[in-house]
Design a protein around this ligand. Structure first.
Ligand SMILES: [Zn+2]
Length: 146
């Protein structure tokens, strides 16, 4: 698992732009599937909502964020990420949402948080653990080797 994660990191670093391009094209060529995914995400957001996100909440979080919660890069395109993925039962809540860069969002995708900690660049691992711990208590600190 560790080796696989390292290989993924290396691959992603090397093919970052191609990956991004590939995903965009895939969506453009498969509008029906994209619509299905979008609908599914929306249904999950509704069913997993705890009520803390109302109209304007995400816009406010985005306007407040200046740097990626995961890699600290200055944000150009601000995207939202559910730390615990909706697909994995994560809440659609302020606590579970972070504002991140497109790179991190694409890389994390639907990974569990444990997988994300393993895959993220080593230099960002402590930050990625800290952001989770700041929301959910010290669940990851000390458990995952830095
Ligand atoms: Zn990032």
């Amino acid at each position: 698992m560790q080796e696989q994660a390292a290989a993924q990191r290396k691959h992603y670093k090397k093919y970052r732009l191609q990956e991004s391009d590939r995903i965009q094209k895939h969506k453009a060529f498969n509008p029906d599937r994209k619509k299905k995914w979008d609908d599914l995400r929306l249904r999950r957001e509704v069913s997993n909502a705890d009520g803390s996100i109302v109209r304007g909440t995400i816009a406010r979080l985005k306007s407040q964020a200046t740097h990626c919660a995961y890699c600290d890069v200055r944000l150009l395109r601000k995207q939202t990420d559910h730390m615990i993925p909706l697909a994995g039962g994560g809440e659609h809540s302020v606590r579970n949402l972070v504002i991140v860069c497109q790179d991190c969002n694409q890389r994390k995708h639907a990974l569990s948080y444990e997988q994300w900690i393993e895959r993220v660049e080593l230099c960002h691992r402590a930050r990625v653990i800290a952001v989770f711990d700041s929301r959910y208590g010290m669940q990851h600190a000390g458990r995952v080797a830095a």
